[in-house]
Design a protein around this ligand. Sequence first.
Ligand code: SF4
Length: 295
Amino acid sequence: MKNFTVICPGPCNASCSFCTWKEERNPLHIGAYINKLICAIKKLPVSCKAVTVTGGEPTISKYLEPILETIIHAKRFERVVLATNGSNLEANRDLISNCITHLNISRHAEQESENKIIFGSNETLTDKQLSSNIEFFSKNSIPTRIVRVYKDEDNLTDQKIFDFVEYAKTIGAYSICFSRDYRLPISSASEAEKNILKKYKPIADESCPVCYARVYLIRGIIVIFKSAAQEPSESSGDVFEYIFHPNGVLSSDWESKNKVNLQPEHVTSDQRMKEMEGIKSCGSHANPFSIGGCK
Ligand code: SF4
């Protein structure tokens, strides 16, 4: 199943050393951007049922609200993930909880001070704010995954992993993803994971041709070790994901070099009814999908 990713136009308030994102200097105005987004969604293959909204930092983007409303009104996505550093979650909690199914928050260290240094920002959440947000989303049936990016030189011993596991449990996370720095080649069982393999067996293997991902249950919490290609489509030699950029371009890569021009698939009304069953809906605003067409 191919994923659809929407990159929110706007800046990021952090400056992580491992970041590969570059701010788009000429994003479309909101109206034109949303029209292009609607057209892109209408043309996605029927099998594309998962969307990730990311940035920059989506929670500080003025485009976040119309993007989430567009996604929810499309009534075709079974999984809607928001990937954030969490800095402005509080102000957007009601909107976000009405529109997403999963929340991924980056947190790279269990100590607040170290986390701030890694993010290069003072706007990161305190542990208290983080657990209050996680509790809020959990009450709305939205699980939070804590994403910790690591490099080999971080030397994640089993004790360091256990410490982070205990920390994630304390703040109420549903799962943890130890994500190996994307700039490194995909690695099966990094040194960090080998430390865990000595004591635990994986309970699932979610690897694919461009992503290595093994799942563990460690001290009562789901823990994933992941190593993914920076450009999955290029690595697989096929279109692996669709990425919608701030300038309205739909491409199969993060660099936006490989544009894709999709033709809408024919969907019968029976198929559409099936697709809509059980999909989250938000009836607060006019549905943009009921108006206008795409050329
Ligand atoms: S929070 Fe994300 S987008 Fe922002 S600098 Fe860090 S890795 Fe990059």
